[in-house]
Write a protein that binds this ligand. Sequence first.
Ligand SMILES: [Zn+2]
Length: 328
Amino acid sequence: MTPASPLSVASERSGRAVLRQLVEQHRAEPLAPALGRRGLGTYRGYAELLVAIDRLVQTGARLATIGRSVRGEPLFALGVGAEPEPHRRTSVVLAGLHPIEWIGVETALALVGQLLESRLGDRSVVVVPIANPDGLLRVERNLRARRFRFVRHNAHGIDLNRNFDAHWGLGRRTVPWVFKPGASPSSEPEVQAIARALGTRRVDRAVSFHSFGGAVLYPHAHSLLPAPDAAEHRAWARRIAAAADPRPYRALPSSWFGVGLRQGGLELDWFHERHGALSLLVECSRGGVGLRPGRLFDPFAWFNPPNPTEVAGRIAAATLPFTRGDRL
Ligand SMILES: [Zn+2]
């Protein structure tokens, strides 16, 4: 007997029960009014995001629990399009590896909504919208308590986007208190869960949402040399960069994004090398500090624009052709 797929119908039923239980457990005052008054944008808290996930399931997305975080929060995956099968071409969307980058989570959820209205043919799409729930909850507690904190890690203090099993450990000394890769490749339960859920899938496209560089990045992250398939990556990155914002984003290899920032352990290289996927990392928006000095000292505002619905919808629409498997 083959083991149950992590995205099977059985896991969907239990996943939904877990989801509803979690909503009750984390229920809190809506976050948007408080943030709106502070000019931080109408962002949703964890329980509200879970309600949004449940709504997407009601409109046709499949739900699975693919693992648990360090503190035991379930890690949810949403499935759209054809049922996942090992031979089937699969697109993967990740968001929220870095927990303060909330615009990425909103973008992933907006993209699921758009994918549900798209014709995906034989393609399966897997979306992990909140890859670091412990971190997201920590950011939410800081926001509610008006604590200005930069939060980048999981509950072990590890940077999940340096923990993937691709050139792991490279660049760890660049800014060692920020880029903390963990004890070994995939040492963190969140990264393990993603790797396990996708292990047998034929992933040929992947996009991970971060913020806030206003850029679409492509492999390599670990090397300054161009990837063999750099031309196809560049073409997709440019197309998405042009559509993501009225003032187009930049499109460039990840290792060129910051001087001396050759880095290992990124999802970008992991999808590209382990799965042979076209792999993109979108740095959503240009942040939300703008001309409002009141937001200057709040790290949340550095990473998140004050108009999330508009920005998320636009970036989702820009990445939709890539994720649904269109050709260039
Ligand atoms: Zn990030």
